[in-house]
Ligand binder design. Sequence first.
Ligand code: SAH
Ligand code: SF4
Ligand code: F3S
Length: 451
Amino acid sequence: MNTAPDRKKLFIKTYGCQMNVYDSERIAESLSTAGYDTVNTPDDADLVMLNTCHIREKAAEKIYSELGRIRQLATAKKERGGEMRVGVAGCVAQAEGAEIVRRQPLVDLVVGPQAYHRLPGMIGEMENGAAAQVLTDFPAEDKFEALPKRAPRAAPTAFLSVQEGCDKFCAFCVVPYTRGAEFSRPVSQIMAEARRLAESGVRELTLLGQNVNAYHGEGADGGTVALAALCHEIAGVDGIERIRYTTSHPNDMSDDLIEAHTSLEVLMPYLHLPVQSGSDRVLKAMNRKHTGDEYIRLIERIRAARPDIALSGDFIVGFPGETDADFRDTMALIDAVGYAQAYSFKYSPRPGTPAAGAEQVPEEVKDERLAILQARLREQQVSFMQDCVGTQMPVLFEKKGREDGQLIGRSPYLQSVFVQAPETMMREIVTVNIDAISTNSLAGSLTDHTV
Ligand code: SAH
Ligand code: SF4
Ligand code: F3S
């Protein structure tokens, strides 16, 4: 991308969850007003921002090796007579604060997720020669109000954060510490953002929150609005044809939200509902506050409301104290549910969380369990994809594929679908035949009707 000579170049690298992807977009939009255009490589950037994730040890450590690489680029740029500034945002910034500058003095800015609206000011100070700045408190003002309005987007899909933070304190998880207490944005603010995105051509919105189904924002009449009602309101926005939401907690899967999957056609039949473990003993130790059976019964109710729903989940193997029998319970839960896809991780002790000090399951046991669990989840994913072959599905085309004349879109079940289709169909929802599966995607073709 070319930048105007008076504009500076910003490179942002994003780690972690979709909320970080959303935040990076907002950071880029905000820094655009401060004179920075986004570029695709860090090599010649004036400012490199890492938007980081602290969820597992590997994710956090990655940041320091990346900072080492950036240091080399900064040195090379200095030799060319230029300057590269470096900022660290996101959950590592929040968790480690000034420690980051101590470990890597190259860093000019450390900013936690609640303070992104302060970035232009911090950058102004930095450009005026201020020493390294660290901002990890939770400012009282509304970050979302203070950020500039959303810029128009090229893609027909967008993320929209509606809720942040978490009060659940699962024993393994850093999110309540890095993102703070649960907070829901007011409905009017979300609706304004949804309308603006729709006007710029967005057709699919994914509502985001660390606990999105715990959403309880202020409505127009001062009352509290839950996620189901929010989805109904957003469904009324001209141009919005698909709504998704993620990530949900089983205990916040209310009856009205389940019902919305029956009555709201625009609500896509896909649900990411992490369970972590199938063992009641482990679930209790994790502070998840539900049993395996309660989760399975919840899934039955969701399937009764929307029989074709594709289910996704998160699993942790090797949580402290997990025995072979506990692990077998997790495998039994997976068999009982049948996932369309899922994410799974080895337990990683996180500083400051309740489970971190407990005796650890040996690494090789974690490895073995993860391999068994992933193989089963993979079988289920392949079987779900195979069931799609021979059917027709509406696909929202989002971007060009690698092959000539190919477009890539998403099925209602969030699968990537590759189709030979004219570029004029970009941003359209088109019914396609599903012909075959590949590793993580489907191959489709236009129907006689659409050609
Ligand atoms: N809010 C979501 C998930 C947030 S973190 C929820 O409640 O489910 C995303 C996933 O990372 C979690 O679901 C969990 O499976 C995994 N995870 C979180 N902390 C972890 C840890 N310490 N070790 C391994 N995996 C972890
Ligand atoms: Fe972490 Fe649990 Fe909160 Fe999810 S619900 S963000 S896993 S503490
Ligand atoms: Fe990671 Fe923070 Fe998201 S720890 S998963 S970036 S909330």
